[in-house]
Design a protein around this ligand. Structure first.
Ligand code: NAD
Ligand code: DAU
Length: 339
C-alpha cells in the first residue's frame, strides 16, 4: 500500500451534478480540514441547489467549463488535487446528440490532464463500468480491471476514450493519477432523466413508469455515498497509475427494481408501460471490486438496497421543489423518442 496523500485544497469538477455533489457533501461532512472548489458549467444536469447550505468557508462554486484552458490556468495552481466528475452522463442523450459528449468527456479530460501536468497536481478520474461493454445474462464472470474495453454507446465510448487519455498521460508524462470505474449509482440529487428517479417522480405525478425493451437488462446498483467513500480512499491511498473498479454486489434487473419502486409506493405491480428499447442497449453490467477491497480495505455501507431505495423515494417525495420544474420537459423529450 502507498503512503497516504492528505489533500487540503481540492477541485471537484461536476460538483453540482448528482454524484459530484454527493461527493462534496461527503468530503465536507467527513474531512473538516479540506476545502473544496467546485468547478461546474451548470449544464441542464448541474444544479447549484445541490450544494446550497454547505459552509462558504469550506466550499466555493466556480461556474465554468472544464474545456476553458485560461480558466484552468487561473484556478488549478494552489490546489493539490482534481477529482474529475464533470461529464455528459446520460446514454439516451448521447444517442440523440453525441457532440457534447465528445467535447466535455474527451476534450474536457484532456484539458484537465494538461493542467495537472503543468501544475503538478494529483488527478483522480471518475469513470464508469460501461467502458467494458456488456455481459450476457448467463455469463458467470464479472468485470475486473483486466477486462478489455468494449464500449457500446456514444456516451461510454467517450468515457473509454477519456480513460485512455489518463493512462497515456500517466505513462508518458508521469502525472500522478488514478482511475475508478463504478457501476450504477442511486440516491439523492439524481437527475430525473435517469431510471430510478424518473419512475419515482412519474408515480408522484400520476404518470405510468416506463420500462425499456423486455425489462431484463441488469444493472449493478450502488448507493452514491458508497461511491464517494471509495473515491476518497483511492484519492488518498490508491497506487499511482492504477485503476480500481467500484461496486457493491448490487445486480438487479430493471423490472425487479421497477416492481420494488411500485410496491414501496403502494402501486400495483403491473402499473407501468413498456416503451421502445434504447438502441444498442447494454444487457448487463457486473463489477468485481475485489482489488479495491483487498488493497484499500474499502467496504460498501449501504448494502440493503430496499432501505436505500426507500430513503431515495422519501427524498424525492420531500424535495418536489427540486425536480418539479423540469419534469414536464424531461417527459416531453422522452415522449418524442417513443420512450
Ligand atoms: P450528472 O449528469 O448528474 O452531472 C454532471 C455534472 O457535470 C453537472 O453538474 C454538469 O453541469 C457538469 N458538467 C457537464 N459538462 C461540463 C463542463 N464542460 N464543464 C464543467 N462542468 C460540466 O452526472 P453524474 O451521474 O453525477 O455522473 C458524474 C460522473 O460519474 C460522470 O463522469 C459519469 O461518467 C460518472 N459515473 C456515473 C455513474 C452513474 O450511475 N450516474 C456511474 C459511474 C460513473
Ligand atoms: O453503469 C454506470 C452508468 O449508469 C453511468 O456511467 C451512467 O452515467 C448512468 O447514467 C448509468 O447508465 P444507464 O444507462 O445504466 O442508466 P439509466 O438510468 O439511463 O438506465 C438504467 C437502466 O434502466 C437501463 O437498462 C435503461 C433502463 N431504463 C431507463 C430509463 C430512463 C428504462 O427501462 N426506463 C427508463 O425510463
Amino acid at each position: 500500500m502507498s503512503d497516504t496523500f492528505e489533500p487540503k485544497n481540492i477541485i471537484v469538477t461536476g460538483g453540482c451534478g448528482f454524484i459530484g455533489s454527493n461527493f462534496v457533501h461527503y468530503v465536507v461532512n467527513h474531512f473538516p480540514d479540506v476545502h473544496v472548489t467546485v468547478l461546474d458549467k451548470l449544464t441542464y444536469a448541474g444544479n447549484p441547489e445541490n450544494i446550497v447550505g454547505l459552509p462558504n468557508d469550506r466550499v466555493e462554486l466556480v461556474v465554468g467549463d472544464i474545456c476553458d484552458k485560461e480558466l484552468l490556468d487561473s484556478l488549478v495552481p494552489g490546489h493539490d488535487a482534481i477529482v474529475h466528475y464533470a461529464a455528459e452522463s446520460h446514454n439516451d442523450n448521447s444517442i440523440t446528440n453525441p457532440e457534447p459528449f465528445l467535447k466535455t468527456n474527451v476534450e474536457g479530460t484532456y484539458c484537465l490532464l494538461e493542467a495537472c501536468r503543468k501544475y503538478d497536481v494529483r488527478y483522480h478520474h471518475v469513470s464508469t463500468d460501461e467502458v467494458y461493454g456488456d455481459l450476457a445474462l448467463d455469463d458467470p464472470t464479472r468485470f475486473t480491471e483486466e477486462t478489455p474495453y468494449h464500449p457500446s454507446s456514444p456516451y461510454s465510448s467517450t468515457k473509454a476514450a477519456s480513460d485512455m487519455l489518463v493512462r497515456a498521460w500517466c505513462r508518458t508524462y508521469g502525472i500522478r493519477a488514478t482511475i475508478s470505474n463504478c457501476s450504477n449509482n442511486y440516491g439523492p440529487y439524481q437527475h430525473i432523466e435517469k431510471f430510478i428517479p424518473r419512475q419515482i417522480t412519474n408515480i408522484l405525478c400520476g404518470i405510468r413508469p416506463k420500462l425499456y425493451g423486455d425489462g431484463k437488462n441488469v444493472r449493478d446498483w450502488i448507493h452514491t455515498d458508497d461511491h464517494s467513500s471509495a473515491v476518497w480512499e483511492i484519492l488518498t491511498r490508491g497506487r499511482m497509475g492504477e485503476t480500481y473498479l467500484i461496486g457493491a454486489d448490487g445486480e438487479r434487473n430493471n423490472i425487479t427494481v421497477l416492481r420494488d419502486i411500485l410496491s414501496a409506493m403502494g402501486q400495483p405491480e403491473d402499473a407501468f408501460d413498456w416503451v421502445r428499447d434504447r438502441p444498442g442497449h447494454d444487457r448487463r453490467y457486473a463489477i468485481d471490486s475485489s482489488k479495491l477491497r483487498r488493497e484499500l480495505g474499502w467496504r460498501p455501507q449501504h448494502t440493503d438496497f430496499a432501505s436505500g431505495l426507500k430513503a431515495t423515494i422519501a427524498w424525492y417525495e420531500e424535495h418536489e421543489e427540486w425536480w418539479r420544474s423540469i419534469k414536464e420537459a424531461t417527459e416531453a423529450k422522452y415522449a418524442a423518442q417513443g420512450q
